[in-house]
Design a protein around this ligand. Structure first.
Ligand code: 9D3
Length: 245
């Protein structure tokens, strides 16, 4: 998979994606990331990439022409037609299902806005979908791009080692993860739940499932609505007074 990042701060995204699973996916040749700075494609002495918003009010808008020139350059660099995403607070919220869908694309363009955002005519003409990473205010799309790159990189076949299998990830089964413990067994901060030291794998699996269900019910009851629950899971939740349906 190839990802092209369009940003006025390309080093920001490069730094965010150089480590861990993402960095390894790039090293393994599963993913390539290229950055494009519209400033490099802006004309004139000042290389202006933004201007005031028509209609008045504060804030600047990213200009169409430097973005058009940037897209021309990145299309010339590779024949694969890209799926173009604009990171913006007006976008559809990113979910694991959306990440899975994006991870199957051969090529993504991640367009990062700064200031008040991009001229709406460029969005209408060149963008396939708008994505937000949550209901809070960022200063630009770069962190959103880094989040998308991280989520799709770990979904590339061969990106994860056995230790971090994607199927076991929280959200892949729609529940929060169970708690984890390691050495030492005895510590001033507390002890390890004895069941985890029992060697009884069936009992350990039951305990972990119960912990996942309990935490999800307490912390993220909204997730239970769409989680894949067995009859046993429902029975456990009802008997624990964590669910009333
Ligand atoms: C009128 C208020 N504006 C500035 C305070 C609105 C506004 C414009 C541009 C708010 C944020 C931004 C920059 N944000 C992003 O580019 C962005 C974003 C976000 O802010 N939240 C969640 N996801 C994303 S993805 C891109």
């Amino acid at each position: 998979m190839r990802i092209d990042v369009v940003s006025l701060f390309p080093e920001f995204v490069a730094e965010c994606t150089a480590f861990g699973v993402t960095g390894r996916a790039v090293e393994r040749g599963l993913l390539s990331i290229s950055s494009w700075n519209p400033r490099d494609y802006a004309e004139g002495n000042y290389r202006k990439v933004d201007d005031r918003t028509f209609g008045g009010g504060p804030g600047m808008v990213m200009l169409i022409d430097p973005l058009e020139a940037t897209f021309e350059a990145l299309k010339k660099d590779d024949d694969t037609p890209p799926h173009v995403i604009y990171l913006s607070p007006q976008g559809a919220p990113l979910t694991q299902a959306k990440a899975r869908e994006l991870s199957t694309r051969a090529r993504l363009v991640l367009l990062c806005g700064r200031y008040e955002g991009v001229d709406e005519r460029f969005i209408a003409a060149r963008v396939d979908e708008e994505i937000s990473i949550g209901d809070y205010v960022l200063s630009g799309g770069e962190l959103g791009a880094a989040v998308i790159i991280d989520t799709v990189a770990r979904l590339q076949p061969g990106a994860l080692n056995d230790a971090d299998s994607a199927e076991q990830d929280s959200f892949e089964n729609g529940l929060l993860d169970c708690p984890h413990y390691s050495k030492p067994v005895q510590h001033a901060l507390g002890e390890v739940p004895p069941v985890l030291l029992s060697g009884n794998h069936a009992e350990i699996a039951r305990w972990r499932r119960a912990q996942s269900l309990e935490r999800t019910a307490l912390r993220r009851p909204d997730l239970l609505e769409s989680a894949e629950l067995s009859d046993k899971d429902r029975k456990f939740l009802k008997e624990s007074g964590l669910w009333d349906e």
